[in-house]
Design a protein around this ligand. Structure first.
Ligand code: AMP
Ligand code: MG
Length: 500
């Protein structure tokens, strides 16, 4: 085992000890000419991988081309609501290589994407293109640096093969790491497709629930109503996550239930993007014609997805309550409704921090309503003036004004109200500014820069990719080049593309 060099971490395969219906044993398909383009040294170190060994063998291991000691590849089964329609899915171009368990007992899934077809591929070729895999690196590293829970990118290996998309594209395999790859769709699979009889499906759902509790909520295993407590925990985590996304102007782009984790980590970065100018109706994804996953809809879609999770758990939820499925539904609806309250509170906390507002010394209720209005009015100003979301908040943090907004009458009056608000708080100007500078990044993985970096990378030049990656990893530091607005007109036409 490679871990013999590093006895502090080891491989395990707990997922493969589930009933076989939850996965297919399948090997990655070796690629023609693997070349390691990107390795996250720091993350590799955290997982106690030997970076030198990775530099020698990684191109083969991280594409499944040579046996990677300790790994036991499989493709995970899941289902999902895609743009509202329910389908059986599964890893169609991905392999779970195993779980890395660190000395502290933390367990990480190590997963390859683009590593070849599986029994779940349907019509897909099992491959991934280079640019979207590098995109996933930029976006996930940016989110991570911004303090947003997300899967992490460990490596990208170019395959030396061309794959057929609309045009021919260079291929790559991504390795990513997450606290698990259990999704809402994993439970939907268990409830709908795991066996031919309803009774068997309930038992398999129970098995998956117990597994998820072991991994994510060990303290709830002994709970009286484990399914309910589990649902509550997932609802709570998703409320925090979506509020974080909103506070940094992040649009996931494909919030299908198969892309929503139960760990509360952001996952599957397809046509996602950060807002440039503030427009809550923004949709960048070329496949999202109805705007289902627009920026403003994210907090509405999340509870819709969570209701799918609840539905999959319904027989267990009913059994625990000693009720019929029908009789337990009202209580479960109330649980899903908790999302809105938890999200609202998290949203207020995030945006208060962005505006330097502290909640102390205020009558809680009046303070909350007034602050909410103050925040919403600022966002309306941004929208009206088509101002850049990230840069406007950053300017506010640095200069206590936003030039573009303070010159118009509504802007002037907003700034007066904002200043007045501070008289109610005991924060000094310095602590306020520090708080704002920590809540308002200077650097995000900005669309025009991401596009430019990827275009060059496809032509073999990784310089811009590497420079942008370095910048997004230090989001709180002003950076002349990467703290700049997009060129005029760019934001009007920008679209992102999925599933490639
Ligand atoms: P995604 O849009 O990446 O969340 O993927 C949705 C589903 O399509 C998953 O089951 C993927 O495994 C599958 N899929 C996407 N692209 C491919 C491909 N090139 N080959 C096989 N399966 C794919
Ligand atoms: Mg997916």
């Amino acid at each position: 085992m490679s871990s013999s060099l590093h006895p502090r971490a080891q491989w395990d395969h707990s997922y493969s000890r589930l009933s076989p219906v939850f996965y297919a044993r399948v090997q990655p398909v070796p690629v023609r000419e693997p070349r390691l383009l990107y390795l996250n040294d720091q993350l590799a170190g955290e997982l106690s991988f030997d970076v030198e060994e990775f530099r020698r063998e990684g191109a083969h291991w991280l594409t499944g081309g040579r046996e990677w000691p300790g790994t036991r590849p499989l493709a995970m089964a899941y289902a999902g609501h895609q743009f509202g329609g329910f389908t059986k899915l599964g890893d169609g171009r991905a392999h779970l290589m195993g779980e890395r368990v660190t000395e502290s007992g933390r367990r990480w899934d190590v997963h390859l994407k683009g590593s070849g077809p599986t029994p779940f591929s349907r019509r897909g070729d099992g491959r991934a293109a280079l640019a979207p895999m590098l995109r996933e690196v930029l976006i996930s590293e940016s989110l991570h640096a911004l303090g947003v829970p997300c899967s992490r990118s460990l490596s990208v290996v170019a395959t030396g093969e061309w794959i057929d998309r609309e045009v021919s594209k260079p291929g790559a395999v991504l390795a990513r790491v997450a606290s698990s790859h259990l999704r809402v769709g994993s439970f939907e699979f268990a409830a709908a497709f795991s066996a031919s009889t309803p009774a068997e499906r309930v038992e398999l759902t129970r098995e998956l629930l117990q597994y998820a509790l072991r991994r994510h909520e060990p303290e709830l295993q002994q709970a009286k109503r484990p399914a309910l407590e589990f649902l509550r925990a997932v609802v709570a985590r998703q409320a925090q996550l979506i509020a974080k996304w909103m506070s940094i102007g992040f649009i996931h782009g494909v919030m299908n239930t198969d892309n929503m984790t139960i760990s509360g980590e952001s996952m599957d970065f397809g046509p996602c993007a950060f807002l440039d100018r503030y427009d809550p109706d923004s949709v960048f994804s070329s496949i999202d014609h109805q705007g289902r996953y627009a920026y403003r809809n994210q907090p509405r879609i999340a509870p819709w997805n969570l209701a799918c999770l609840a539905e999959a758990l319904l027989p267990l939820l009913a059994e625990e309550a000693g009720l019929s499925v029908q009789a337990v539904v009202p209580e479960i609806k109330t649980e899903i409704d908790q999302f809105a309250a938890a999200y609202d509170a998290a949203w207020l906390r995030e945006f208060r921090a962005k505006l330097g507002l502290r909640s102390e010394n205020l009558g809680e209720d009046s303070g909350q309503a007034a602050d909410r209005t103050l925040i919403e009015d600022f966002l309306k100003l941004l929208q009206k003036e088509r101002a850049d979301f990230t840069l406007s908040f950053r300017e506010l943090a640095q200069a206590e004004t936003v030039e573009r907004l303070s010159s118009i009458p509504e802007g002037k009056s907003w700034f007066h109200r904002w200043q007045d608000r501070f008289r109610a708080s005991d924060a000094t100007t310095i602590t306020r500014r520090e708080q704002m500078l920590r809540a308002n990044p200077a650097v995000i993985a900005r669309n025009f820069q991401v596009e430019r970096a990827l275009k060059n990378a496809e032509q073999g030049d990784l310089t811009q990719f590497e420079a942008l990656l370095k910048a997004v990893r230090e989001p709180w530091t002003d950076h002349a080049e990467y703290s700049a607005a997009p060129p005029e007109g760019f934001a009007d036409t920008f679209q992102t593309f999925c599933g490639t």
